[in-house]
Design a protein around this ligand. Sequence first.
Ligand SMILES: Nc1ncnc2c1ncn2[C@@H]1O[C@H](COP(=O)(O)OP(=O)(O)OP(=O)(O)O)[C@@H](O)[C@H]1O
Ligand SMILES: [Mg+2]
Length: 252
Amino acid sequence: MTMAWFKKRKKLDDTSLKYGVGLVTFTDPTGQISEQFKTVRTNIQFSSVGKDLSSVLFTSSEPSEGKSTVSNNMAVTWADQGTKVVLVDADLRRPTVHKSFSVHNRAGLTNYLSQAMDLDEVIQPTIVENLDVITSGPVPPNPAELLGSDRVQLLMNELNEKYDLIIFDAPPVNTVTDSQLLAARTDGTILVVPQGIADKNGVRRAKQLLETVHANILGAVMNRVTAQKSEGYYGGSYYGGNYGGYYGADGK
Ligand SMILES: Nc1ncnc2c1ncn2[C@@H]1O[C@H](COP(=O)(O)OP(=O)(O)OP(=O)(O)O)[C@@H](O)[C@H]1O
Ligand SMILES: [Mg+2]
């Protein structure tokens, strides 16, 4: 009998929960890493040519794979281009957007979804021009119920009137149903895959779960690509529009 399943359970990295994620696209906008985020932006735009892309959701198969790092930096990258962006922290279980952008989290998405507040009361500007955020708000006992409610559609409609692009920092697909519920309503879904860390079957399962709800999977962003495989520390490789090709892409 094997205990491999037990060994696989590793402690989650809680650094971003405490301090937020690194906004390298803000602190070093012309650096190599920021350039890679720009490439990802271009590729996402290309993969949705001809279709209106007004909402994008970033998720991954498991926790702590880089969803917040990638989605938050992508939000900055889009805003830099002049796109009016709102970043929504939909990871109600492990929220970080308020930490990353140093804004408060007294009011946010949960207050809006539970009908306690209007949109104007939960939107906050950031130090980044063209970028507003909606933080998670107080974490409720029933996140999936809130994220599956009709009020989400109202949120999207209201945000679409104010912004060019809505970006969701969403929970992992394989652990909770929240992301599936949200992905079903967004124009495009991007899977963040940490190269060499993500379990291939886990990624496959995430893709299947998203397909079950007819999510429009635009592609995958490879995170933590090593220097030999890419130019830099943060991987910006993007396999747009051909998600299936990803499995062959790493040669495994
Ligand atoms: N490319 C990278 N290079 C180095 N560190 C990274 C990279 N991407 C993410 N990290 C680090 O890994 C940790 C997890 O990243 P992040 O918080 O973005 O993941 P997450 O998927 O949003 O996690 P959670 O499931 O908790 O929301 C953080 O400490 C972050 O700084
Ligand atoms: Mg996160």
